[in-house]
Write a protein that binds this ligand. Sequence first.
Ligand code: PMP
Length: 344
Amino acid sequence: MKYANHISELVGGTPLVRLNAVTQGLSATILAKVEYVNPGGSVKDRIALKMIEAAEASGELQPGGTIVEPTSGNTGVGLALVAQRKGYRCVFVCPDKVSQDKRDVLRAYGAEVVVTPTAVPPEHPDSYYSVSDRLAAEIPGAWKPNQYVNPNGPASHYESTGPEIWADTDGRVTHLVAGVGTGGTITGTGRFLKDVSADRAAADGGRVVIVGADPLGSVYSGGDGRPYLVEGVGEDFWPAAYDPSVPDEIIAVSDADSFAMTRRLAREEGLLVGGSCGMAVEAALRYARDLQERDPDAAARAVVVVILPDSGRGYLSKIFNDSWMRSYGFLAADEGATVADVLR
Ligand code: PMP
């Protein structure tokens, strides 16, 4: 019989799928790594598993302990499903701007969700950061994974995401493109791919080139932290989980371009994915287009892997909602017309 003993054993081992429609005119092979097939629906299951197992090994997390983390989404789901199996309590702190749907998902997995006001500065006692610190300090047996700092975030990608890409491409991957949030994905996956290809001959693609994708306005691409709408990526500070020496290049993508590509992935590639996926694919296509102009031979041999972190199901009322898109000017008035509108 072939079965897993628990859903958390199914984390990782995600497939690569070639992009065909959005890549027209490009000679590079562009492969998407589909992370929404992880049991919790995102790439974050990987770090949740590794951070919990490492904390158990170090004794920071003891039987019957409580996991306290400020998270509104994907990391919370990953932590909750691993915690369930192992009997830990989960307490997540979310700012009130986080949608009811997202809070409900965390509660559905059995986590407790504490909601804090968004409109207070970080040092305020009611802020997201202060409340989670207080809970972690005062709940007996509490442990805070702190994904922005925890080295086991990048380590999980060094041990799983990177080797999977190398194995599935038979060691032929030439470029990795990933969005940067905490920086864990690009740091761990990128570091592994650079290490493993360090001595590869130039004729075989040389060392893997690592390209970060970042929302326009975020610090990774030189922005001042000004707001953007794409979720899960970009920062207004430099987290310790991110090693800026890993990416060879960072490409900034606007919300409008990220969301337009996200919608194309659903309609043209059958990939219903989140906004950070559209952002990463847009960056990958720009990179491939530019390479083709600079060095057509290298472009023809290039195998570009782009990470798609999560599913589009969590964004149905935003990116996939025409009124929401129009309210921000991301959709031209006639783009969302119905058949009836057209035939009128
Ligand atoms: N996209 C989404 C939707 C995410 O939740 C995250 C995690 N913050 C990322 C991309 C970026 O991953 P990382 O934190 O590893 O940089």
